[in-house]
Design a protein around this ligand. Structure first.
Ligand code: 13P
Ligand code: SF4
Length: 320
């Protein structure tokens, strides 16, 4: 506790000294989200993180999240210094979508519009026509479908399947998954629901279809937080990274939030739902990044950046 307070104190001074803002995702650990709030930074979903970083007057952004979030910040704000607590914080969706293979897949279907999830490298974004986050994936695909467009979707097959089902769009899906959401189990969730018959089930659409089908609300992190506020239920079973409980409990201290079950063979594993890469964003790493930029700064090649900016800007302009 003492040590945490000392870290926070030093980080606050460093943020001021560098005219820096801390931008954190809802999946980071509670103390990181609290620090972002205390220092006038932002805690949000991937779409709002991008928007906040772009419009904030800071010279430096320290992005507590995973690498694609830092890269997105750099693509949108090349004039800013973008630091990350660790450059090792990747994402299984990004890892499962190497640009050469994805590009070859796109080349085989030149008649299709390429829509990629924000959880991708700058190089994959540069190959895409649109970037989307889970907050606006449905709206963008619905729009493209209404224009008669056929779509290539990558990399998350579960989110892609959900969007396809909801919109009826013609979509070819890349075979990627989030290692955190892929672990939620429908059978164990049915059993848990029986124990809490009044609970509403909130599910992030990176989860398997069998789990999504049990949901009372499906959506991005920000949409799930909103649902936990607006729905009348007092108890919620939540199928997404447990970092989200910080904000849910803060907004609705009187309500009860329960982790959805994860684990192999239908067995329950009630504490697994935390992204190992999000967990790398500790106070020590944030301080280290601010003290010594080396090894923490995000760079994106300029030609690549300009290409990736096109589909990212399309998303931000669409979402206005
Ligand atoms: P959102 O915050 O956009 O819902 O994204 C979830 C996610 O997986 C981030 O890694
Ligand atoms: Fe990637 Fe899943 Fe971690 Fe999000 S939670 S960063 S999608 S691995």
């Amino acid at each position: 506790q003492h040590e945490t307070a000392a870290y926070k104190q030093r980080i606050k001074a460093l943020l001021q000294q560098h005219n820096a803002a801390l931008v954190a995702h809802y999946y980071t650990d509670p103390e990181i989200q609290a620090l972002a709030e205390e220092t006038g930074g932002c805690v949000s979903d991937s779409l709002e993180m991008a928007r906040f970083g772009k419009h904030h007057a800071a010279d430096t952004l320290i992005v507590a999240g995973v690498r694609f979030m830092g890269e997105t910040a750099k693509i949108l704000s090349p004039e800013k210094t973008i630091l990350m607590p660790t450059l090792e914080a990747t994402c299984s969706l990004d890892l499962g979508c190497p640009v050469d293979a994805f590009s070859a897949f796109c080349d085989q279907h030149p008649d299709r519009v390429v829509v990629v999830y924000a959880n991708t490298s700058a190089a994959v974004k540069a190959r895409a026509d649109w970037v989307v986050t889970s907050s606006i994936a449905l709206d963008v695909v619905d729009f493209l479908d209404s224009q008669g467009k056929k779509i290539i979707w990558g990399p998350d097959k579960h989110l892609g399947h959900y969007v396809q089902k909801q919109t009826g769009a013609d979509m070819l899906l890349w075979d990627g998954a989030c290692i955190v959401h892929d672990e939620f189990k429908a059978k164990a969730l049915v059993e848990l629901k029986q124990q809490y018959p009044d609970a509403a089930v909130l599910v992030h659409p990176e989860s398997p279809d069998s789990v999504v089908q049990l949901a009372d609300a499906v959506g991005s992190t920000s949409q799930l937080i909103k649902a936990s506020q607006t729905m009348a239920n007092q108890t919620f079973i939540v199928a997404t990274d447990k970092g989200i409980f910080y904000k849910m409990q803060q907004q609705e201290p009187g309500k009860t939030f329960i982790e959805a079950p994860t684990g192999g063979n239908g067995a329950t594993c009630r504490s697994c739902a935390h992204c190992p890469w999000m967990a790398m964003n500790g106070l020590q790493a944030i301080e280290a990044a601010l003290v010594n930029k080396t090894g923490h700064e995000i760079f994106v090649d300029d030609a690549l950046r300009l290409k990736a900016l096109v589909p990212l800007d399309r998303m931000l302009n669409f979402a206005k």
